[in-house]
Design a protein around this ligand. Structure first.
Ligand code: RAM
Length: 545
């Protein structure tokens, strides 16, 4: 016995999860421990379906489908489910978690054969009414939320193991014998790490549409706040740097659960690659590990800005001091990608994936130039906060040179707009990043933003992530009215289209838009879309008057 006890510590150590951690940063194991110490408990809530609905084809509705009230759920507990195959249950709100149900026999029957049921969970009506097969989407077919279950006997109680995200649930009876059965119970255990729903407290003068946008943004954020900031609870259920940044901004204005931000910053730092470059994304299970070889250089720089914002919000310099080497390393990587004349070289090896937005044909060169300038200055600001200005003394000088180069090669003074790439493309985001980086003066920025908004041929963003930076840029150059209008038009467009939570991509003129070639696999509760919560609460004079 004594022997066994003396082995116990070593034994426990071996059983602890082995994390994939960066070999570059000597403290990464410590960072993982700190991240685990901040892991939030999940809060569970039991929810029931509120009614039965039926799908109605309607060309005026989003993606051509809307739901219509079709009665109470009572019938499903007293009449044979065989009679109701294809029934759609409405849970009345977007939920994330697990479904448990039980079946009972009707009319004194005995079960003489198994029952096979199909459950299809959907975030939006169109998803439920578009056949999934043959599947041609660019991501795994398994993201689609249809689960077939065979129950060997009735009565039975069953929990669907897979965590799902949805509002609507369709139940099909795929196989049954002559005996009748009905639901005995249907219950959904919803989860989120948000402890208390934020009481919005917006000024009474706030436009009702803006109030609604704020509410939906809060729900979107709540659904994505699990044990990390997920990008989407349906898909991809993982932490991405760009999503984290916007979620942290919105959380700082609402739920204020800053430990989740801290956890994610440590996790990402610890999961950097063997050279110290951040992975753009990581998954938590079975233990935290990065998606290998997935690097987005813009996201690496956004990490630095997110860390600065975190310190400014919380005053937690210990975390920032710990993670300072990560900040330095991301800047070093970014500074390798410029041409001798200080312009971001899109062809220099290694050619990085740059996100900035989901939009075909958008040229990212000017945006990356702007973001690099901004990240240099923000990282320097962080250095000053931590008393490390000596380590970063060169950064403001380099940023200055980059600005000069940007003004020379990427700013068309005659037209008053920023241009990008060989085709000299004019896009919303090129203007926005040159405004945010202060490469353009406030007046030049305002002129460029106004021009691009009025230019039908300009490349406009494809996702709420892209639009976030456009709204931020409008506010920065004093175009408050335009910022307010854009927020109301774009996010308000989703509200009018029936959104319960905000979507991964949205183009008011193209309901079938999908970065993956098949819209049902899009995420319709997407973290980076919660950002109005930040704008509305941070700028009350603009959005709450
Ligand atoms: C998708 C998601 C996610 C985004 C990445 C780049 O997987 O939309 O939110 O950050 O792409």
């Amino acid at each position: 016995m004594r022997n066994l006890l003396s082995f116990l510590p070593a034994l426990l150590c071996c059983c602890m999860p082995v994390f994939a951690q960066s070999s570059y940063f000597k403290d990464s194991r410590e960072w993982l421990k700190k991240a685990e110490a901040c892991k939030p408990a999940l809060i569970y809530t039991e929810c029931k379906p509120v009614r039965i609905v039926k799908s109605v084809k309607d060309d005026a509705a989003f993606q051509g489908w809307r739901m219509e009230h079709a009665g109470s759920t009572d019938v499903l507990f007293s009449e044979s489910l065989k009679k109701h195959s294809g029934v759609i249950l409405d849970f009345g709100q977007h939920l994330t978690g697990n479904l448990t149900f039980s079946l009972k026999l009707l009319g004194g029957a005995t079960a003489d054969a198994p029952v096979r049921l199909k459950f299809t969970f959907a975030e939006v009506p169109g998803e439920l009414n578009t056949p999934f097969d043959p599947y041609h989407g660019g991501l795994s077919r398994a993201w689609l939320q249809d689960e077939t279950i065979t129950l060997m006997t009735v009565p039975v109680k069953e929990t669907i193991e897979r965590r799902v995200s949805f509002r609507y649930l369709k139940v099909d009876v795929l196989g049954a014998s002559s005996y009748d059965f009905a639901f005995d119970d249907i219950s959904f255990r919803a989860q989120s790490s948000v402890r208390v729903m934020h009481d919005t407290g917006l000024a009474e003068t706030t436009d009702p549409l803006i109030k609604r946008i704020n509410e939906i943004g809060l729900i979107t954020l709540k659904e994505c706040m699990q044990t990390v900031y997920e990008d989407g609870p349906k898909r991809d259920q993982r932490l991405w740097i760009g999503d984290l940044y916007l979620e942290a901004l919105a959380n700082a204005c609402s739920y204020k659960q800053h430990d989740l931000t801290k956890r994610c910053l440590y996790l990402l730092g610890a999961a950097a690659d063997e050279e110290g470059l951040l992975h753009a994304t990581l998954m938590e299970y079975p233990e935290p590990h990065p998606q290998e070889n997935t690097h987005c250089l813009d996201y690496s720089l956004i990490y630095n800005i997110a860390l600065l914002e975190y310190v400014k919000t919380t005053g937690d310099k210990t975390t920032a001091n710990d993670l300072w080497p990560v900040v330095v390393r991301q800047i070093e990587f970014a500074l390798r990608q410029h041409s001798p004349d200080m312009i971001y070289d899109m062809h220099k090896q290694p050619v990085y994936w740059l996100v900035f937005d989901w939009k075909d044909g958008y040229d990212r060169q000017a945006s990356m130039q702007g973001l690099t300038i901004l990240a240099l200055n923000k990282s320097y600001e962080l250095a000053c906060l931590l008393g490390k200005e000596k380590d970063a003394a060169e950064w403001p000088k380099i940023a200055k040179k980059m600005k000069k180069a940007a003004r020379k090669y990427l700013y068309d003074k005659a037209q008053g707009v920023v241009i990008s790439g060989e085709s000299k493309q004019v896009s919303y985001l090129s203007q926005a990043w040159m405004v945010l980086s202060e490469t353009l003066s406030s007046e030049e920025g305002a002129e460029a933003m106004k021009k691009v908004l009025a230019m039908p041929e300009a490349c406009f963003p494809g996702s709420p992530y892209g639009y976030h930076y456009v709204v931020e840029a409008l506010l920065k150059c004093g175009l408050n009215e335009e910022a307010r209008r854009l927020l109301k038009d774009y996010w308000g467009g989703m509200v009018k289209d029936g959104a319960d939570t905000f979507w991964e991509v949205y183009d008011p003129n193209n309901d079938a838009l999908s970065p993956y070639g098949f819209f049902p696999v899009n995420s319709y509760c997407h973290a980076w879309s919660c950002t109005p919560v930040y704008f509305i609460n941070k700028y009350p004079d603009v959005f709450q008057r």
